[in-house]
Structures are given as structure tokens and as C-alpha cells.
Design a protein around this ligand. Structure first.
Ligand SMILES: NC(=O)c1ccc[n+]([C@@H]2O[C@H](COP(=O)([O-])OP(=O)(O)OC[C@H]3O[C@@H](n4cnc5c(N)ncnc54)[C@H](OP(=O)(O)O)[C@@H]3O)[C@@H](O)[C@H]2O)c1
Length: 286
């Protein structure tokens, strides 16, 4: 039995879909049974619980041999991940696949990369097998700019000339699914990227080409940008942590592409052009 966490979220949802298509025996730990109804419809057992509650985590882990650990960023993230790992070890889980981040390198100073570095270390020390999935920037983050792309033909971000090798979460999920269902991925770290290194001006150019209308990248001062998104973040910790991440991207912290998708999945990674085509309704006014 494979236990999924984060299965009602972006990467976890995509991983659940990929694994359900392979008929893997799946259980998901979810907070809201109604929100998780599509998972149940796909044949996934649901256990209602919360990652901050050790009893519900232990309950969800009964009889589980492999687990996918996806926890969103918060000042509780590290504690929840460590608690999950300790419960998993007790429950006899053999292999944990963790969603980490490409920015989680030794010596990282940002709060979120440091959480991933410490969580990875805790998993490695547990004695269970592990696979670290370490993606670049998600293409799906661009959906947050869909409103301004559609209405103003502009995307506002604070990335300066920083490049990313952004990856589609469908590729990240497919690599996770491979790590959970195939042999040979134990005790390996996979940096997952898309096929191209792009500045956000080049990202806007891709939108212009696919949408057939000029889309401009408007580089926005980091402070001003954070003021506009702060109401959507959890608290001051989260605002500071995301500010650090964006500053790091602007400084070139994600300028790296890999051939992980080709090696693990035997095909090319999904391109930005394909991602935009697949989300045309979100980005282009009807
Ligand atoms: N965005 C990027 O570009 C990027 C790049 C590299 C790595 N990452 C990493 O990706 C991770 C986030 O993944 P994501 O974007 O797929 O997450 P997401 O879409 O925000 O989904 C979070 C999931 O976790 C669940 N969850 C939240 N709190 C929970 C709790 N207390 N107990 C049980 N479940 C809980 C949510 O359930 P509900 O539906 O109930 O809320 C949801 O299923 C972070 O660790 C981040 O560092 C992100």
C-alpha cells in the first residue's frame, strides 16, 4: 500500500492521477473528504486526518510500505515532515519519496530551502529508503498570472533577468510515480526541470507566440510585488520566506536544467509552449 499526502494539492493531485492510472494500491491522507471526492472516484482509499496530528498520521500509515511526502510551505512544515517520518519508521514503511526543492542545497540560507535540507537529512538518518524529488520552479505557478495575462496582456513578477528551468508538475508527478512503483530509485535525488532555461521576458515571448498576441513581462520591484501577494500568504513568516525565494530566483538561483525526465521517463519533458497550449482557456480571453 502506498500512502499519499498532499493529494488534493497541485503535485500530489497529479501524482495521484499518474499512480491511479497504473492501478497502484493507494491510500490518501486528506483533511477534507468532500474536496477529496475525485480521489475516491479514482479508486483511492481516503483516510481523513491532519499532518500536524500524530495520531491521524499513525492511523493513515497502518499497513503502508511506501509513502509520498508533500507538505506545503509554512512555519509548521519541518515539524510535520519530521513527525511523519518518525511515524512512518514506526509503522514499518520501507521507502519515502519526498517532494523537496532544487534550491535545497547544503549551505542554503532561505527558510524554505533550509526546511527541505533538514527534512531530507532527517529522512536519510531514519534508515528507510528514500527518493528526493527536487524540482525547479513549477510552470503551474504561472497560472497565478493568468488574470493579468488575459486582461492586461502583461505578467508582473519580481524575477529581474533571473532564468529558471521551470518544470510542469505533470512531469514531476510522473517521476514521483516512477520512484514509488519501479525498482532502482532507492536512495537517489532527482532534480526535475523542464527542457529550457528561460528569463521571464522569454517566458512572456512564449506566451506571445502561443496566444498570438503581445504579452509583456513587467519586472516589478520585489517589495511592491510582495505587498500585492501578502494577503494571499499565511503570515509574516510566509511573506519573508517567499520574498527570499524570489530574490534567489532573480539572482540566478534556479539557472540549471537536467535530463532527469529523459532518464527516468524515457521522453522529453513538457515544454512551456505545450503547458500554455494545455491551459489556453486560462490565459486567453474567449
Ligand atoms: N511552487 C514551486 O515552484 C515549487 C518548486 C519546488 C518545490 N516546491 C515545494 O512543493 C511543496 C508544495 O507542493 P504543492 O505546491 O503541490 O502543494 P499545494 O498545491 O499547496 O497542496 C498542499 C497539499 O497539502 C495538503 N495539506 C496542507 N496542510 C495539511 C495538513 N496540515 N494535513 C494534511 N494535509 C495538508 C493540502 O490539503 P488541503 O487540500 O486540505 O488544503 C494539499 O493537498 C512545498 O514543499 C514546496 O517547497 C514548490
Amino acid at each position: 500500500m502506498i500512502l499519499l499526502t498532499g493529494a488534493t494539492g497541485k503535485t500530489g493531485g497529479a501524482a495521484a492521477k499518474a499512480l491511479a492510472q497504473q492501478n497502484a494500491p493507494l491510500r490518501a491522507l486528506v483533511r477534507d473528504e468532500q474536496k477529496a471526492a475525485p480521489l475516491a472516484a479514482a479508486g483511492i482509499d481516503l483516510v481523513v486526518g491532519d499532518l500536524t496530528d500524530a495520531n491521524s498520521v499513525a492511523n493513515a500509515l497502518e499497513g503502508v510500505t511506501k509513502a509520498l511526502l508533500i507538505v506545503p510551505n509554512s512555519d509548521q512544515q519541518l515539524e510535520s515532515e519530521k513527525q511523519f517520518v518518525d511515524c512512518a519508521k514506526k509503522a514499518g514503511v520501507r521507502h519515502i519519496v519526498k517532494l523537496s526543492s532544487m534550491e535545497a542545497v547544503p549551505g542554503a540560507t532561505g527558510a524554505i530551502p533550509r526546511i527541505h535540507v533538514e527534512s531530507e537529512a532527517h529522512i536519510k538518518q531514519s534508515g528507510m529508503d528514500w527518493t528526493m524529488i527536487r524540482p525547479n520552479f513549477f510552470m503551474q505557478n504561472l497560472l497565478a498570472s493568468a488574470g493579468t495575462i488575459k486582461d492586461q496582456k502583461k505578467m508582473f513578477l519580481p524575477m529581474k533577468d533571473g532564468k529558471t528551468g521551470m518544470a510542469d508538475i505533470r512531469d514531476i508527478a510522473a517521476v514521483m510515480a516512477a520512484a514509488l512503483t519501479q525498482e532502482g530509485h532507492e536512495n537517489k535525488s532527482y532534480e526535475v526541470t523542464g527542457p529550457e532555461l528561460l528569463t521571464f521576458t522569454q517566458v512572456a515571448d512564449h506566451f506571445s507566440d502561443v496566444l498570438g498576441e503581445q504579452i509583456a513581462y513587467i519586472d516589478t520591484p520585489l517589495d511592491a510585488y510582495m505587498k500585492t501577494i501578502a494577503p494571499f500568504l499565511l503570515n509574516e513568516w510566509h511573506v519573508n520566506a517567499i520574498t527570499e525565494l524570489f530574490a534567489e530566483i532573480a539572482a540566478g538561483g534556479l539557472e540549471h536544467i537536467t535530463n532527469t525526465v529523459q532518464k527516468i521517463l524515457g521522453r522529453e519533458p513538457i515544454s512551456l509552449t505545450q503547458f500554455i497550449k494545455d491551459h489556453m482557456a486560462a490565459f486567453k480571453a474567449a
